[in-house]
Design a protein around this ligand. Structure first.
Ligand SMILES: Cc1cc2nc3c(=O)[nH]c(=O)nc-3n(C[C@H](O)[C@H](O)[C@H](O)COP(=O)(O)O)c2cc1C
Length: 224
């Protein structure tokens, strides 16, 4: 490949700062096979520093999401984001109060929506897209990893007040499924969180690989 048609390279190294360990506990993350370190070093803080995110970095997150794979390349995701005080206040109303308590400090809040229907064949109405949520999840992961590459943090939020979300965002549940809210920013000091949350402010462990992986079928073929 010549220099002129070389693809752009990632803009920065993967942060390798040591992960905070749970108080008094063993390190909670260890890989069982070689993986890119970003898979282990990404995690979802609840404490965010209020510093704003540069427009370039913010755009870069959604650009990464844009390149996620999707069924038939339908790209059913839609991201709505808020960074100004009025928009943020409005977006916060859609969160469950438990999540609002910490997410209110994040400089950017976003909602990830999935368009649930596709245009149907000529003469018929829209048809459901069974992969819309799956595809939106892939876009979320791309965004979360790109944020991590840039030294930013993200935290997906499923604990929402869904009717309020549709209302504050001005979208119809007939057109979109609200998948998650997303807090975006730089991780902050755990001590900025209320006590119970401060104690939980560390990367979590995972089930062992053996619990999520099995070679071959799980049982004999089933009738029917
Ligand atoms: C779909 C989804 C919904 C989530 N909802 C919440 C939530 O409502 N509140 C919260 O504090 N964390 C929420 N989380 C964060 C998860 O608890 C977190 O990702 C998980 O414990 C793994 O931790 P890690 O992201 O730090 O690796 C959510 C994550 C996902 C992917």
């Amino acid at each position: 490949m010549s220099g002129s048609d070389a693809l752009p390279q990632p803009s920065g190294p993967v942060p390798r700062s040591p992960l905070p360990a749970p108080e008094g506990g063993a390190p909670s993350r260890r890989a069982e096979a070689e993986v890119h370190p970003a898979f282990l070093s990404r995690w979802s803080p609840r404490s965010f520093a209020p510093d704003p995110i540069s427009p370039e970095d913010l755009r870069s997150l959604f650009e990464a999401a844009r390149w996620a794979p999707s069924s038939n390349n339908t790209q059913p995701w839609l991201f709505l984001y808020a960074q100004g005080p009025e928009d943020r206040a409005r977006f916060l109303e859609g969160l469950h109060p438990r999540n609002r308590a910490w997410a209110s400090r994040a400089p950017v809040l976003a909602y990830l929506l999935a368009r649930t229907h596709l245009p149907g064949p000529p003469g018929s109405g829209p048809v459901p897209n069974p992969f819309a949520r799956f595809d939106a999840g892939a876009a979320w992961m791309a965004l979360a990893l790109q944020a991590h590459f840039l030294g930013l943090s993200t935290h997906a939020i499923g604990g929402l007040r869904r009717p309020e979300v549709y209302s504050v965002l001005g979208v119809s549940p007939q057109d979109y499924d609200v998948i998650v809210g997303i807090a975006i920013g730089r991780s902050g000091e755990p001590t900025a969180l209320p006590g119970e949350l401060a104690a939980r402010e560390h990367p979590s462990a995972r089930k062992p690989l053996s619990a999520i992986l099995h070679e071959g079928a799980l049982g004999p073929p089933r009738a029917g």
